[in-house]
Write a protein that binds this ligand. Structure first.
Ligand code: GUN
Ligand code: ZN
Length: 433
């Protein structure tokens, strides 16, 4: 009895960044393709004729006429903000006080945390996202709720308790000792268990004391393979506030640098109001940026500069940043990314767009050895998209002259409705039909 499964579909995956010039050696596409999976891992990917001959014993799953891609990777999202997505009228600091902190307070209740975590992960799957770097709340139980729900679904996830010991409501505050003890306990429980990875998560410089940032740096150096996620240079008022709080630092990013918080598996959201020295420092240390276009537009934060980051060699992943972001869909996020870059005089071609939503996210999280494309041995997380899921898409696809034109229309018009199926380790996770 064979465990091999062969999925027939049009298949696209990336080997590296196609760039603004769309280098066609950066991707592989098979109109009549096949992905062969065994025990949740990729065995082979290529033209269906050859693979059907090579693996005659494989069970065949037919997705012909649809597009099969690696699962989307969302490099920055807040599960505890699910219920406040699309909250009116504020920029970052007001938005945190008015909507975010009251919503996060409810996660002291494990039942509530479990409920939201389940909904959130199912919503990711409905949108074709199979891996994410996720913020819970300051509460230890919110991390347990999240990783338990992810484990049930076998999803590869990065998450870790938010740390904040000042400039936030009392009901959300920890302190240096409790943040360290809770983080250590959660690292021991979850880091490297199944597909879980632990991220030290100081919310952002204004809500941590220098002592808490220093403690975070010590933990980051102490444990093997930890992630570290935070926010930087999102909003001009925030940047001014950080300059007041840390007068000795050269820049906002430099605050984190002084406490040893840059490095591989460091994932920094927004990265809008940076200078050249900051970007060079991120490149030199291997620290990644999360580009959060729907959030940056919704909160009026500013325009991310993709080309400057990539030219300097910084790893950049795409992210929804729900609930500052306004969609769980990485396709809708690409739609807005295109417009952000337009306003900055840059172009986002469809190839680079789908690279950003897949392999680039894996690279930003230093998970490219496990996920992000279909090289043999990778974990078989993938999504099947319906080109013609809506009347408008169907019509637009008929008018399209090329694959690139079809991909671009899918990237701009697509949403959860185009996701026909999401597979985690080779198993379907959405109800059929
Ligand atoms: N900066 C600090 N906390 C947050 C948050 O929850 N969302 C966003 N977008 N920025 C932040
Ligand atoms: Zn965020």
């Amino acid at each position: 009895m064979s465990e091999l499964t062969l999925f027939r579909a049009s298949i696209l995956h990336f080997l590296r960044d196609p760039g603004e010039a769309a280098d066609d050696r950066a991707w592989q596409y098979w109109e009549d393709g096949a992905l062969v999976v065994e025990s949740g891992r990729v065995v082979a990917c290529g033209p269906e004729a050859a693979l059907l001959t090579q693996y005659p014993q494989a069970k065949v799953v037919d997705h012909r006429g649809k597009l099969l891609l690696p699962g989307f990777v969302d490099t920055h999202i807040h599960f505890a903000q699910t219920d406040i997505i699309a909250s009116y009228g504020a920029q970052l600091l007001d938005w945190l006080n008015t909507y975010t902190f009251p919503a996060e307070r409810r996660f002291a209740d494990r039942v509530h945390a479990d409920n939201v975590a389940q909904f959130f992960l199912d919503e990711l799957l409905r949108n074709g996202t199979t891996t994410a770097a996720v913020y819970p709340t300051v509460h230890k139980a919110s991390v347990d709720a999240f990783f338990s729900a992810a484990e049930q679904r076998q999803m590869r996830m990065v998450c870790g308790k938010i740390m904040m010991d000042r400039h936030c409501p009392d009901f959300l505050q920890d302190n240096v000792a409790s943040a360290e003890a809770d983080s250590r306990e959660l690292i021991e429980r979850w880091h490297g268990r199944g597909r879980a990875g632990y991220a030290l998560t100081p919310r952002f410089a204004p809500t941590s004391t220098p002592e808490q940032l220093a403690m975070t740096g010590r933990l980051f150096a102490e444990y093997e393979g930890l992630w570290l996620q935070t926010h930087v240079a999102e909003n001009v008022d925030e940047v001014r506030w950080v300059a007041d709080l840390f007068p000795d630092a050269r820049s906002y990013l430099d605050v984190y640098d002084r406490y040893g918080l840059l490095g591989e598996r460091g994932v920094y959201a927004h990265c809008i109001h940076l200078d050249r020295a900051d970007r060079e420092r991120m490149a030199a240390t291997g620290t990644a940026m999360s580009f959060c276009p729907t959030s940056n537009l919704f909160l009026g934060s500013g325009l991310f500069d993709l080309n400057r980051a990539r030219e300097l060699g910084v790893r950049v992943g795409l992210a929804t940043d729900v609930g500052g972001g306004t969609s769980f869909s990485m396709l809708q996020t690409l739609n807005e990314a295109y417009k952000v870059l337009q306003l900055g005089g840059q172009k986002l071609n469809a190839w680079r767009g789908f690279y950003l939503a897949t392999l680039a996210g894996a690279e930003a999280l230093y998970l490219e050895d496990r996920i992000g494309n279909f090289l043999p041995g990778k974990e078989a997380d993938f999504v099947v998209l319906d080109w013609a899921a809506t009347p408008l898409l169907e019509r637009r696809m008929q008018a399209a002259q090329s694959l690139e034109e079809r991909l671009f229309a899918l990237m701009l018009l697509g949403c959860d409705r185009v996701v026909a199926q999401t597979y985690v380790l080779g198993e379907p996770r959405l109800p059929a039909g």
